[in-house]
Design a protein around this ligand. Structure first.
Ligand code: ARG
Ligand code: ZN
Length: 888
């Protein structure tokens, strides 16, 4: 049963107010809900509610409904002949949170109770329309045993609390803001609170309260500081202020996603809020800062203005990811952050957009909404928001945001409403831009250029969008293409060339060193004019990655080296290096297929030599040395032999490692000196962006050094204990030795696991290493990990660490005998019985099926067909596996 965007109908009954009473008992929780129902003009007389909780009783205006006066089928409750005037509906349900392993609705983790309602978890708690355009004021009373559940939390402000007989107590919460049911939250348990406060720009004193297990309280400081930075940033950059007197964050170890923006009561996966120097890497710190900010920013983009329906999910997620990316960029290293975001998009979203589950930023249909919390909705959605910003500039974009809040505060709206606000606030035509929301697939730009008469550069740009399973033929889109020109002449080498835009593109006759060209047609010719004459002009295209597209231009190796060394845009420099890497891997692959010797890659080696010497900052150096990953290389290809591409890529890494062995050793020593100088050898070290850059560079060097001389592991093993106060170093070392076949590798990993055996988050790193290794004994080690006392299939972080990582382990997952496919499919089948959401995520490792060479394709298909044949398979996994099978 699919849901379609085109079928949207306004709700017939609203629920402007709801009172909830949770009576928490040993094994069950009794929920009494009182819904104020407001029939709308279009109401037909039958009230339809969603719910899957055990239904105890129903009453209208206090009158109990006999069982034959309503029907309950497929989790849909229909009550015919309800009053035409506002009335009250009482719903009483009974929940079993300790038996709920789906981690949706009300569930137990470590003996405490938590909720997750987005998108459709509220219906596991009570009966309700449970759709985001039905908003109401929530009042929640919780009662429970005082010793087992000393902390009782819900949204908004606490309005009362007190004692009850039998060592029980109660608390009541009231949220003054109308909200959709997906933002409801409740937490009950034995937690400690770490407090702080924040004063908003208009003087509101906000209490900040972070709740954790007692043993995690030492890891919340960084999260609290991140929150305060985010609150201040939203005021200064967007003029948005917090609107309640209390903001709570709760950390929970069992959580399906990263975190959840429930009004006033954010609930976080421990992995996205807890961090200290002993257990978290620099990347972990950065993620915590980003996710804390993301959830906080949702208070305006998501909560104050929410989505009309779930097809509009990117309205809040794309916008909020854009906001958190900008926050992180303003915090530190804007250039490197942008490159990291693009690298992530390409490595993960581009393959999604080229695979069987491809869908537009605003999907047209879904079977299970949980399957649409995707990289396309989040990351491509953020790029779509960024394109408004690129067209309008910061001031115009902020004007659009102001109009958006002016028009829609307190409403549930659509992506079109957002687009209209951006257009109307600026008098800008975003009509054609709507296609970014409805057409899936990564657009391709084929660009060619020619220098004419020395003073004009002609660009020919053809755009096309590949067909996706949902749509064959597509229309041309409105694409911002940011360009610049650089001289490659001897006397002006690397200098930017100021140019004038053609009259139809720009009213002003000024010269620019950079311009945003607006592409709108399938093919366009654009002439850029300049003063003076040049013999060699190199165009810099798609600067800052101005649109989420694949751009092809037949650069010579020499032109790429000009861009790498001289371009003023860091993304363009990085992209020049990426192009050289991609070409080198492709050339290796061709050589491996034909059995000829591997090429020498002189241009690339020269470029790397430049990168290793350049004075460009350690973090930038580190990202420039990052070679595209395999999933990115596969996107858009057919008949893939994963092992050949793997070997082609490994051979390139081996060449770089051996060719620059001395330079990597020297750079590593230099980076070490710089890091130590900056940290003053503070112990324990603190996360700091600048030090993080040096550490990132060290970890890149380490990986190359150990690749070139695996025997070096003996020395590393000896020195390892000295590094063991800093997780970034520990992690870097373990990654660098993880594929090493020598016994030291296993010894170091075992030491690591013993040291951190009671730290769940670090144990996830251990399981990741086990599952990602190319070592021959990896399948056996994974089997052992499944039985490890710290492992649990029911914990999403651990399942992802072991099984998610295995799905990305190219040589083992794609083992020619199909054993990797069989293993993962078997585990997915087990998980699907209790947590369909996680099972469906893991199943996306099979997305590549249709693109594989015939033998692997049929091995994979066989495993998927086995899963699909299980009548108990969830609709989550059924939807994903169905799409994969259909495409292959
Ligand atoms: N809104 C949450 C976030 O910030 C994601 C929640 C998704 N949860 C889920 N069960 N699908 O991004
Ligand atoms: Zn979000």
């Amino acid at each position: 049963t699919a849901h379609y965007l085109k079928d949207y109908r306004a709700p017939e009954y609203l629920v402007p107010a709801i009172r909830l009473d949770f009576d928490i008992r040993e094994e069950h929780t009794a929920v009494a809900a009182e819904l104020s129902i407001q029939p709308q003009p279009n109401a037909g007389g039958t009230l339809v509610l969603q719910g899957s909780a055990e239904l105890v009783s129903l009453a209208i205006n206090g009158q109990r409904l006999p069982e034959n006066s309503y029907s309950l089928e497929n989790n849909t409750l229909s009550i015919p002949n309800v009053p035409a005037q506002p009335f009250s509906l009482s719903v009483s349900t009974r929940l079993y949170p300790h038996a709920n392993k789906s981690l949706m609705g009300l569930y137990a983790s470590g003996g405490n109770l938590y909720t997750q309602c987005e998108p459709e978890g509220f219906r596991k708690i009570t009966y309700h329309p449970d759709r985001p355009d039905v908003m109401g004021i929530y009042t929640t009373r919780i009662s429970a045993d005082r010793a087992r559940y000393p902390v009782l939390l819900s949204n908004g402000n606490r309005t009362g609390s007190g004692s009850l007989p039998d060592n029980r107590h109660w608390a009541e919460w009231h949220d003054p803001f109308a909200k959709p049911s997906y933002l409801f939250a409740l937490v009950a348990g034995d937690l400690v609170c770490t407090r702080d406060s924040f004063t908003t720009k208009s003087g509101r004193q906000v209490a900040l309260e972070f709740f954790t297990r007692a043993e995690d309280a030492g890891k919340v400081r960084f999260g609290i500081e991140s929150l305060k930075h985010a609150m201040r940033w939203d005021e200064t950059r967007f003029g948005l202020e917090y609107d309640l007197d209390i903001f709570m964050v709760v950390a929970v170890g069992d959580f399906n996603m990263g975190a959840m923006e429930n009004k006033g009561l954010n609930i976080f996966n421990t992995a996205c809020v807890l961090a200290d120097s002993r257990s978290a890497t620099d990347a972990d710190f950065e993620r915590v800062e980003g996710v804390i900010a993301h959830e906080y920013f949702h208070n305006w983009t998501g909560n104050r203005v929410t989505c009309r329906d779930w097809f509009q999910l990117s309205l809040k997620e794309g916008l909020t990811v854009f906001r958190d990316q900008e926050f992180s960029a303003d915090r530190a290293s804007r250039e490197v952050r942008r490159i990291e975001n693009v690298a992530f998009l390409r490595a993960h979203q581009f393959p999604e957009d080229a695979g069987p589950t491809a869908h537009p930023v605003r999907p047209a249909s879904y079977v299970e909404m949980n399957n649409f919390y995707t990289l396309t909705v989040y990351e491509k959605g953020a790029e779509v928001v960024r394109m408004y910003h690129t067209f309008l500039g910061e001031a115009g974009f902020q004007k659009g945001m102001q109009l958006y809040f002016q028009r829609h505060d307190g409403q549930a709206v659509t992506c079109d409403d957002f687009r209209a606000a951006m257009a109307d606030a600026n008098g800008f035509d975003f009509e054609q831009f709507a296609l970014w929301y409805s057409q899936a697939g990564t657009p391709v730009l084929e660009v060619s250029g020619s220098l004419q008469a020395g003073n004009r550069f002609m660009l020919n740009v053809r755009q096309s969008i590949p067909p996706t399973p949902d749509m064959a033929a597509k229309q041309p889109m409105m694409i911002p293409l940011k360009v610049a020109l650089f001289s490659a002449d001897e006397d002006s080498f690397g200098e930017p060339i100021p140019f004038r835009l053609p009259e139809n593109l720009s009213a002003d006759a000024n010269t620019h060193t950079e311009a945003v060209l607006t592409l709108q047609q399938a093919e366009e010719n654009i002439e850029l004019q300049f003063e003076g004459a040049y013999r060699q002009v190199v165009p810099s295209l798609l600067r800052g990655f101005s649109a989420p597209v694949n751009l092809h231009y037949a650069y010579s190796d020499h032109e790429l080296s000009v861009l790498l060394a001289c371009d003023s845009d860091p993304f363009a420099r990085w992209e020049a290096a990426q192009t050289l890497y991609r070409r080198a891997i492709a050339a290796n692959e061709a050589a491996l297929v034909s059995g000829s010797p591997l090429p020498e890659h002189r241009a690339l080696l020269q470029a790397i030599d430049y990168v290793l010497r350049a004075d460009i900052g350690a973090a930038f150096q580190a990202v420039l040395l990052g070679v595209p990953g395999e999933a990115e290389l596969w996107a858009g290809r057919k008949n893939i032999d994963p092992l050949i591409i793997h070997r082609a890529r490994e051979a390139l890494l081996d060449l770089i490692a051996s060719h620059f062995a001395e330079q990597f050793a020297a750079l590593n020593a230099e980076a070490r000196r710089m890091e130590e100088e900056q940290s003053g050898l503070a112990e324990p070290y603190e996360y700091h962006p600048q030090q993080a850059g040096w550490r990132a560079l060290r970890n890149v060097c380490r990986a190359f050094i150990l690749r070139a001389s695996p025997a070096h592991i003996a020395e590393v093993a000896e020195r390892y204990p000295q590094m063991a106060h800093n997780m970034t170093h520990e992690w870097g070392i373990l990654c660098a030795i993880n594929h090493n076949e020598r016994p030291e590798r296993n010894r170091l990993l075992e030491q690591f696991a013993a040291k951190f055996r009671s730290d769940d988050l670090v144990m996830c790193k251990y399981f990741t290493l086990i599952a990602a290794s190319h070592r021959a004994d990896t399948p056996a080690q994974i089997q052992a990990a499944l039985a490890h006392p710290a492992f649990s299939l029911e914990n999403p972080n651990k399942a992802r660490a072991l099984l998610g990582s295995f799905g990305r382990n190219v040589p083992h997952f794609h083992a020619a005998d199909g054993s990797g496919y069989a293993f993962l499919a078997g585990q997915i089948g087990r998980i699907d019985r209790f947590n369909p959401q996680i099972a469906a995520r893991l199943a996306q490792a099979f997305n590549i099926c249709a693109q594989l060479e015939p033998q692997r394709r049929s091995l994979m298909r066989a495993e998927l067909e086995k899963l699909a044949a299980d009548p108990a398979l969830s609709k989550d996994s059924g939807e994903i596996i169905g799409k994969i099978l259909q495409a292959s």
